[in-house]
Design a protein around this ligand. Structure first.
Ligand code: SF4
Length: 197
């Protein structure tokens, strides 16, 4: 790797870290407004995006321990924002899902985070697509290194066919082409490429 490439890699990581700090600060402001912790709003956000989930999976989604996730779920249940029930398939598993009040909180969280999105600028779509692909490759690299547990992006999905012979990538599940700017970061239809992983 040349010195120039290493320098760009370091600046890329610095930029991601800076963006991450800004997003964490924004989440903290939303959490404070709602009287919740940032972990609690992340749980509401996950349940809103993916539907009811086992508490163990919630812990893996958020890269926290199961006791930490269980405490946050219990606190949200006391606030009447979610409810827990036993899995009909396995009585040892507890499933958490949003109540109507929790769904209203999820809507407020989504609205608050929407304000952080960049204004769309079609003239930069190709640049943004390339940047997105680079970031997804980094997420995949960190997943393979064991740093990231859950990766729901196209690049790790078994429905994903990479670009070849001048043709763009393709999603076999949705039967649609995927230009780089259309790659998904957090797809609810994602299927892990290796069922054993
Ligand atoms: S199912 Fe979702 S994650 Fe998988 S390739 Fe299609 S769009 Fe991407």
């Amino acid at each position: 790797m040349s010195a120039g490439t290493a320098d760009v890699d370091r600046k890329l990581l610095d930029a991601i870290e800076r963006l991450g700090r800004a997003l964490r600060a924004a989440r903290q402001r939303i959490a404070t407004d709602l009287g919740l912790t940032t972990l609690q709003i992340e749980i509401i956000d996950r349940l809103d995006h993916l539907g009811p989930l086992p508490v163990g999976q919630l812990a893996r989604e958020l890269d926290v321990s199961q006791p930490t996730a269980s405490d946050a779920v219990a606190a949200l249940e006391r606030k009447l924002l979610l409810e827990r029930r036993r899995s009909p398939d396995d009585g040892r598993i507890t499933i958490a899902g949003l109540t109507d009040t929790g769904q209203a909180s999820a809507d407020r969280i989504r609205d608050g985070l929407r304000a952080l999105r960049p204004r769309s600028d079609d003239s930069r779509a190709l640049d943004r697509g390339t940047a997105l692909e680079v970031l997804l490759q980094e997420i995949l690299r960190l997943q393979e290194a064991g740093v990231i547990t859950i990766n729901r992006s196209c690049l790790s999905c078994r429905h994903y066919q990479p670009p070849a012979d001048g043709n763009p990538a393709h999603c076999h599940l949705l039967d649609t082409r995927l230009e780089t700017h259309e790659l998904r970061v957090d797809c609810p239809d994602h299927a892990t490429a290796d069922p054993e992983s």
